[in-house]
Design a protein around this ligand. Structure first.
Ligand SMILES: C[S@@+](CC[C@H](N)C(=O)[O-])C[C@H]1O[C@@H](n2cnc3c(N)ncnc32)[C@H](O)[C@@H]1O
Length: 316
């Protein structure tokens, strides 16, 4: 997931779908500065906006209006600044009430075998999972995120292979591969998302499991002609998601503001996936759905669930 700073005043319309514009998730040109922000299962990132790191709203606009923008890349997002501000020990996505059931469920699903985390990040889940006795390996695109992980554990404890989770191979076989925090939606095409399932399958022993945590796209909140939903609203923070339903994309715009007139926007582009499409991707890669719950504690998944934890089992 991604984020770029533009301006609170920027319209959310941007260019038409298929073009490069505000709704497509664009980055200011290199040198304009950046800040990262992700999309969590709670629909906002644990990352704190770092106002001091951001360029002025006019700097952001300059990049957009003078044609110096380019589609945002994951490498732009998960940079050193993002990595250093990702962890919020004890709160948000690092709170015990979030992590304890997550670790318990993953430990159970690993069934005594080895686990591989796609997009391991700074080890939010991997580190406590390893501490719980599950051998964990990671694949991760961002070197700064891995560096942050290395401040907690060494390579012997949690080996990490740098690369793309859709294609990168980790040595050995695993009983569990997991991909949490909505991160499959960071892959921007259906092709890459299917490749990710196939890559998970290639790492698993028969009967092994691939676990995905993903939000349910808020398509029911979009009446005809409407292109945005308002997610979280708090003092000084608003989340607006802009949808491109033709290309199945959503950009999360995380607005933060204070008393003054200026605001910052962190943007994260995703390819959203309805649960049924996710199941079909799994089927293409040789999995069947074993269970789906709305959280890590086994809450019932129903039509109103905002998120899901889906467990796929490799059957061939
Ligand atoms: C929201 S963070 C999640 C990190 C960690 N799994 C967690 O739960 O805290 C997303 C992570 O996905 C990584 N990432 C994004 N696209 C990736 C890809 N194609 N392959 C591997 N890692 C990727 C980013 O670098 C970042 O570390």
């Amino acid at each position: 997931m991604t984020a770029r700073q533009v301006t609170a005043a920027a319209p959310s319309s941007g260019t038409e779908p298929g073009g490069v514009g505000l709704d497509q998730g664009v980055a200011p040109a290199p040198g304009c500065g950046s800040a990262a922000f992700g999309r969590s299962p709670e629909r906002y990132s644990p990352l704190s906006p770092r106002v001091a790191d951001l360029p002025s709203i006019f700097t952001g606009l300059h990049g957009v209006y003078f044609g110096t923008v380019r589609p945002v890349q994951q490498e732009d997002i998960w940079d050193t600044a993002a990595a250093q501000s990702y962890d919020t020990p004890g709160t948000g996505m690092f709170a015990p009430e979030v992590l304890t059931p997550t670790i318990a469920r993953l430990t159970e699903l690993a069934s005594g075998g080895r686990a591989l985390e796609f997009a391991i990040g700074t080890g939010r889940v991997a580190v406590p999972l390893a501490q719980a006795g599950v051998p964990v390996t990671g694949i991760e695109l961002s070197s700064p995120m891995i560096e942050q992980l290395r401040t907690k554990v060494d390579e012997q404890t949690i080996p990490v292979i740098t690369g793309d989770m859709a294609t990168t191979r980790a040595p050995g076989q695993f009983s569990l591969v997991f991909l949490v925090s909505n991160t499959i939606s960071n892959l921007q095409t259906q092709e890459e998302q299917v490749a990710c399932f196939r890559n998970a399958a290639s790492h698993l022993t028969t009967g092994g499991r691939f676990v995905i945590e993903l939000w349910v796209p808020e398509l029911r909140a979009l009446p005809p002609g409407r292109r945005a939903t308002v997610g979280r609203v708090e003092t000084g923070y608003i989340l607006v998601d802009t949808y491109d339903v033709l290309h199945q994309r959503v950009v999360s715009h995380h607005f933060t503001y204070g008393e003054g007139r200026q605001a910052e926007v962190f943007r994260t582009p995703h390819r959203y996936i309805w649960p049924a499409e996710l199941d079909l991707m799994a089927q293409l890669a040789g999995f069947e759905l074993e269970s789906r719950h709305e959280d890590w504690s086994g809450g019932q998944f129903d039509a109103d669930s905002a998120s899901h934890v889906s467990v796929y089992r490799l059957i061939r």
